[in-house]
Structures are given as C-alpha cells and as structure tokens.
Design a protein around this ligand. Structure first.
Ligand SMILES: Nc1ncnc2c1ncn2[C@@H]1O[C@H](COP(=O)(O)OP(=O)(O)OP(=O)(O)O)[C@@H](O)[C@H]1O
Length: 415
C-alpha cells in the first residue's frame, strides 16, 4: 500500500484507486442524461452537422429535453446552423451554462468560446480530449432525454474520446452519402464502433438524389441506396435518406432548422422518419401505451379548451382523417365540462390542424392515433396531447380524463 496524500488510503501498488474529481463530475453529469447519441461520418462534408443539428431540433420540438454538443474542434458549425454565432455561454468560476436555443434545446460548441469565428484551432489529441471531457464535466447540462454529439469526420481523437467518455451506452448515428467512396469510409466507422464496443443506432443516407425544383425530376447525382445496402449488410437500422435539396443548404447558411421547410417537404419527411426510432428510444410514446395518463389541466387561465377528433360521432382513431372536432370547455377549478360543440376542421394539410386549434385557444388534445410529427407540432404550439385514448363518445372520453380513469392503448398511427 502506498500513500498519495490526496486520498484516504484506498491505494494499491503505487496507483491511487480514488476517482479523480473530474471523473466524478463526468459520472454525475452522465447520470442525468438518458440517451447519448454520437453523430459521426467516415468522410467530411456529408452533412453530419446538418443531420446532428436537425435531429436535436426535431427531438426538442417533440417535447424532449435535448443537449447538442459540437465537438468538431477544427470546424465547429453548429453555432451557424442555429443562428447562434454571437451567443456566449454564461460562465461561472468552475462551470458554464450551455446556450439555450429554446426551452428544450441547450447547445455547447467550441465556436462559442473562440474570440473570432475566423480563428483556427491548432490542437493536438490530448488537448482536444481534455476539451471534450470539460464539455461534459463542467457544462451544466442538467436532466436531458438526449445528448446529441456532433463529431468531426473520421475515426480520430474526437469520436474515440466522445465514445470513451460517454460510455458503452452511447450509440452512434452514422451519416453517409450514397456514392461508393463515402460508403467505404462508413465501413471504417462501423468497424470503429465495433472495436470500441458501442452500438450503432442507425445509418442516415444524406444527399440521396437531387430533386429538381422546376420539374420534380430526381437525379441520382451520387447514386442512391448505398447507405441502405450497407445498413443491411452490417445488420444495423437504416434511419432514412435525405435528398439533396437547395432548401437544405439555404437552411444551413441562414441558420434555421429543416423542420421549417414543412412536414411534407422531402427533407421534412426524411427528418420525421429519422427521428421516429429515436423518439421511441426515449420511451415517450411507449409511456402512453401502458395506461398511466397524466390528467392535469394547463395551469394558466380559468378554463381549458379540449379538442377531440371525431368520426361518426365517436372518438376518431386516425387523427388526420377525422370528420369533426368536439371542442369542450372545462372549468379548471371544478374540473367540470361547461360547454361543448362540434366544429368542421379545415382541409387536412400538414401543420394546419395544430395552428387552427391553437388559434381557437385549444390547450389540450385527446386523440386516438396520431403520428409523431403531428404531436411535435402540437407541442410547438403549446398544446398538450394525449394519444392512444380509448372510448367512443367524446364527452365520455373527456370525463374519463378528468376523473383520472382514461384508458390509453396503442397509438395506431405510431408507424
Ligand atoms: N441534403 C442536403 N442538400 C443540400 N445541401 C446539404 C444537404 N446536407 C448538407 N448540405 C450542405 O452541405 C454542406 C456540408 O454540410 P455539413 O456541414 O452538415 O457537413 P459535415 O459532414 O458536418 O461537414 P464537416 O466534414 O466539415 O464536419 C453545408 O453547406 C450543408 O448546408
């Protein structure tokens, strides 16, 4: 046994077994983060930061608490992608607060700490590893559903260090473009994950076909399907393909998220597809399959306006195909229904119903089946959603909710 002065004697053969304080802080910070996703690519410029940032935004807009950590030390692009170039994290003596992009999304990047965005960082491995450790130990991430880590391309110090620090439960999302040379690089990323022992959550194929904005014709500039074929070959989930689209490049340059392009734009659809398994991973939708429903009413105001989609007078299980909405007003204090009416919704277009119901002052939706994207649009509009509701008559469904006895089952639009 040796003595090292800084510990109380838990030493053997000259090496101190006591965890160093930074390791302890890392462990504590990671203990508050439910899911860790490392976004990586074998090759540069394939759109990894674009994908990482938009996954983070989409998950946060689905109501999940998300941290986005940009560890691309040599080319931190997340601040630009989110229009946060001038943001500065709030610093304390021993820690710093991440920059809040929204209530649900916090961001940290070396880009925030450089005196000028033109400054070049010339650091060797150990310094970069030290920075990544600090970004976990000394940033006040708080409780997160997801930490999304945007790594520089390749299988060098940063992805290795990110995986090692985040631990074996961190999962990789690998971004590629469809052409052969990129796919070869992805194979290296797959081998890397296998060697470090971290699961690959899935592969995203970006810049997959160019959609002509004039004629709609799709040109497969880099080919298509390479990412999907590789995913099949190595036995990992294929998360989806994002087409090459001028709007995506513009969104990146102007710093707004792809979700603003609309639900039914090719990029918006691709993003929905990609985040769906991640939302499932967070267990958000499953929570509502099991039966326990939080039957609280919104805290502001004296009344709550509840919307229930209806077909043939009964709760409609396909939200997008309902014939009418029952709008029922509830007194928040007594939890009693004060009034109710049936109204015709506008023609179903992506994003229309959440906005229309928000304009009507609705703050709670009780639905049967509803897709993940529609749920996130309601959350964005400040409307609480309960999915998987069972029952027939809309007033009875609401009464069950108010009495805490509403039964929820499978969300049949959760596909
Ligand atoms: N699907 C797409 N369609 C059109 N442009 C895209 C698409 N995906 C990404 N881009 C554009 O390609 C460029 C590179 O994207 P991004 O910075 O996300 O790549 P990266 O892989 O993170 O790069 P790096 O290797 O430098 O880290 C950006 O200008 C981005 O807007």
């Amino acid at each position: 046994m040796s003595e090292c002065g800084s510990c109380s004697g838990n030493c053997s053969e000259g090496s101190c077994q006591q965890e160093n304080p930074q390791d302890q802080r890392i462990k504590k910070a990671l203990g508050r983060i439910k899911n860790k996703i490392v976004v990586m690519s074998g090759k540069g410029g394939v759109g990894k930061s674009t994908v990482a940032t938009n996954i983070a935004v989409a998950l946060s807009m689905a109501g999940l608490k998300v941290g986005l950590l940009d560890v691309d030390v040599h080319g931190p692009s997340v601040p630009r992608l989110l229009s946060l170039q001038d943001a500065q994290p709030h610093m304390e003596r021993d820690c710093m607060e991440p920059v809040a992009w929204s209530k649900n999304l916090s961001v940290m990047s070396l880009g925030f700490l450089l005196p000028s965005k033109d400054d070049a960082v010339i650091w060797r491995g150990p310094v970069k590893i030290g920075l990544i450790r600090q970004f976990i130990s000394d940033v006040l991430w708080g409780d997160l559903d997801f930490l999304i880590v945007d790594c520089p391309p390749g299988t060098g110090d940063e992805p290795l260090s990110a995986m090692q620090e985040l631990g074996k439960d961190a999962k990789a999302v690998i971004v590629t473009t469809p052409q052969g040379v990129a796919i070869d690089d992805v194979r290296r990323s797959v081998t890397f994950c296998n060697e470090v022992g971290n699961e690959i959550f899935g592969i995203v194929e970006n810049m997959s076909g160019f959609v002509c904005s004039k004629c709609g014709n799709v040109e497969n500039v880099f080919g298509t399907g390479g990412g999907e074929a590789l995913a099949k070959e190595v036995g990992v989930r294929f998360l989806g393909r994002i087409p090459m689209n001028a709007d995506v490049a513009r969104a990146g340059d102007e710093g707004f998220p792809l979700s603003k392009l609309g639900d039914h734009s090719p990029a918006g659809e691709a993003l929905n597809h990609i985040i769906k398994p991640l939302i499932d991973l967070a267990g958000r939708l499953q929570e509502q399959k099991g039966g326990e429903v939080d039957s609280s009413l919104p805290e502001s105001g004296d009344t709550t306006l509840v919307a229930i989609p209806v077909a043939q007078g009964q709760l409609c299980q396909h939200f997008g195909h309902c014939e009418k909405f029952a709008l029922l007003e509830v007194d928040n204090a007594s939890r009693e229904i004060k009034s109710g009416k049936l109204v015709d919704p506008p023609a179903h277009e992506p994003g229309v119903l959440p906005r229309w119901l928000a304009d009507k002052g609705c703050n709670l939706v009780l639905a049967g089946g509803m897709g993940a994207r529609a749920q996130s649009l309601f959350t964005e509009n400040g409307i609480k959603v309960v999915v998987g509701a069972q029952g027939g008559d809309p007033e009875e469904v609401l009464k069950s909710y108010l009495s805490g006895s509403l039964v929820v089952g499978e969300n049949i639009c959760d596909h």
